[in-house]
Design a protein around this ligand. Sequence first.
Ligand code: BG6
Ligand code: MG
Length: 215
Amino acid sequence: MIRGVIFDLDGVLVTTDELHYQAWRQVADREGIYFDRTINHQLRGVSRMESLEIILERAGRAYTPEEKSALANRKNHLYRELLRTLTAADVLPGVQALLAELRRRGIRLAVASSSKNAPLILSRVGLKDAFDAVADGNDITHSKPDPEVFLLAAERLGLLPEECLVVEDAAAGIEGGRRAGMAVFGIGTPETLPKVERLAAGLADTTAEGLLGPG
Ligand code: BG6
Ligand code: MG
């Protein structure tokens, strides 16, 4: 029986996936590296440095570790500038109603994010106190698709992995949730998340019953 729901942050609860895209786009453009929204989709759920490695696959030359570190820092600086514009209006449609409905059913709620900016984002959009537990990029050694962040979120909820459902928009996150031994629910389409049976375009397109089943 599901007793806790563990939400991904970027692209599931908040519109920040677009801001990640804009920041990486500025970095890639300045380096003359091709980058588009399809490539950006591969960056969902993976850490900042791993995202950079995916972008650099299309670079015309090798980058030193120092250059990589400078590029990652530049992206984070640009991204955090964009985060300053974030408000409660950037919480995705359906989130507040769904969280309230889950709470009414006594379900415990957590966030599991690869982002080191998760605490800042949650506080900017007013969701800081909406969850019983948060596990993020500052707490983990291995980013999604490793199960670490999900296992930590479950532990902080005081629940067993099999009592948790993971809600994710990233293939890496779906894999991480499965490897953690949890049920998974995808936010996306059969094209963006192939091989995910239970899927909705956004949280506005589902209900607590849609996530948990009848009961
Ligand atoms: C994830 C995003 O939530 O966080 C990824 O989906 C991002 O795209 C990762 O790379 C790390 O984020 P940050 O904020 O620590 O650079
Ligand atoms: Mg995401």
